[in-house]
Ligand binder design. Structure first.
Ligand SMILES: C[S@@+](CC[C@H](N)C(=O)[O-])C[C@H]1O[C@@H](n2cnc3c(N)ncnc32)[C@H](O)[C@@H]1O
Length: 400
């Protein structure tokens, strides 16, 4: 028997229709649904090297197959591509090119790298469409490179991934629940502390800066999805350094601002809002949003990237405290990345699913999950509001 025939035989014995199996979820008297039977038939075909060789000979099908192979390779090589990105961010490559094109030699001198190694990094960046080689050895930013050069939040997120890389170095113990002491958990200090309101300034500084810097895209998304024009007093619960409040305040000059966060973060928020000239419109409160009473003079309350960090039981406590503290008629706006059918939502869910596993708390919920939690806490008129970019956020609004 040739090795190819053996391979084919192995493939066809591995993927079988459910009806071929001895046991399984569909091994009842009813046949599996048609869509599943078709999928399994298709999988069995694809598992056959002879079938794939046949596809490769038909131009139109070959294009489809090559597209799928490229997508799979993007995942296979994803780690390398991420490191190319990390190196570019850490070296300041995108920032330095923001002022205009530079040659390989100039970049090598600026970034302290041998020219031939510099060229390898530059070529990888061009192949990943972050840079363009405008003329031989002359480099200019591509669209994504411009965003990397100018969005501090994005480069901050990429830098903070170095912890996550290390946490994911051995993914199986993490997935099995055998590894719980992760770097990410130490970074997000409030997740590991039973009394997070006692956290010291230095324990909240790094994540607060990251949240402030990465708020811009989030704020654009939220302000484009929900009309804050008629809001008189806006309270941002878990509002970090007040970056969202500031964006809302600049968009709506009459808006009064309230912020509630852990005492050490609230201090940072007070000085940040003061630096922006917003202190006169703002009152900042420090405390624990799961147990302390929240200010009740707001007619709208936002919870941005807050619920996702916590398990369902804790979310229930947080929402119960909000419900208890707020006046009837207060509008609540929950905004964070939520799972859903769009490509952006799926990417976000795949990313955050693993992220929260490493964090050891929280999960990426669907809009339905959030709605269910809000309803259980007693909120009414609950609605999902799509945003312009579901990769960044989806909104769910409700009334106290
Ligand atoms: C992921 S950050 C989001 C910050 C901000 N909403 C944003 O989107 O940039 C979560 C915020 O919740 C705050 N937080 C966590 N636990 C808290 C608690 N028990 N009471 C008050 N604030 C808390 C953190 O300090 C942090 O600022």
């Amino acid at each position: 028997m040739s090795s190819r025939t053996r391979q084919e035989e192995r493939a066809s014995t591995k993927i079988r229709l459910p009806s071929d199996r001895d046991a399984g979820p569909f091994m009842t008297s009813t046949a599996p649904p048609l869509a599943l039977r078709v999928r399994l038939w298709r999988n069995r075909l694809l598992a056959s090297p002879a079938f794939r060789a046949m596809i490769a000979r038909i131009p139109l099908l070959r294009r489809v197959a090559n597209g799928k192979a490229n997508a799979l390779f993007r995942l296979t090589g994803g780690f390398i591509f991420s490191q190319v990105l990390l190196a570019g961010v850490r070296l300041g490559l995108y920032e330095i090119l923001a002022d205009g094109p530079l040659s390989t030699g100039q970049l090598a001198t600026h970034l302290g790298m041998p020219p031939e190694r510099m060229r390898v990094l530059l070529r990888a960046n061009a192949d990943l469409r972050l840079l363009i080689e405008h003329a031989p050895d002359l480099w200019v930013l591509n669209d994504a490179g411009v965003i990397l050069a100018t969005d501090r939040g994005l480069s901050g997120m990429i830098r903070h991934h170095d912890m996550l890389y290390r946490d994911l170095m051995e993914p199986e113990p993490l997935l099995r629940g055998l590894k719980t002491d992760t770097e990410l958990r130490r970074y997000w200090a409030y997740v590991r502390e039973p009394r997070p309101d006692g956290l010291a300034a230095e324990e909240v500084a790094d994540y607060s800066i990251l949240m402030r810097d990465s708020q811009a895209m989030m704020a654009d998304c939220i302000l484009a999805s929900h009309d804050f024009g008629r809001v008189r007093v806006l309270l941002d619960v878990g509002g970090g350094e007040g970056a969202f409040l500031a964006a809302a305040a600049f968009a709506h000059p009459d808006l009064q601002l309230r912020l509630f966060d852990l005492p050490a973060v609230a201090q940072r928020a007070a000085s940040h809002l003061e630096t922006l000239g917003l202190a006169g419109r703002a009152r900042v409160h420090g405390g624990d949003f799961s147990r302390d009473r929240l200010p009740d003079d707001a007619d709208c309350v936002t919870l941005i990237r807050v619920l996702c960090d916590h398990d369902d039981a804790r979310v229930a406590v947080i929402l119960a405290n909000l419900h208890h503290s707020l006046r009837p008629g207060t509008r609540l706006v929950v905004a964070e990345a939520m799972s859903g059918p769009s490509e952006g939502a799926r990417l976000g869910a795949a990313y955050f699913g693993i992220y929260f596993l490493a964090l050891g708390a929280g999960r990426c919920r669907s809009d339905r999950d959030i709605m269910t939690l809000l309803a259980a806490a007693g909120f009414s008129a609950i609605r999902c509001v799509p945003s312009p970019n579901p990769l960044i956020a989806t909104l769910v609004t409700a009334l106290r």
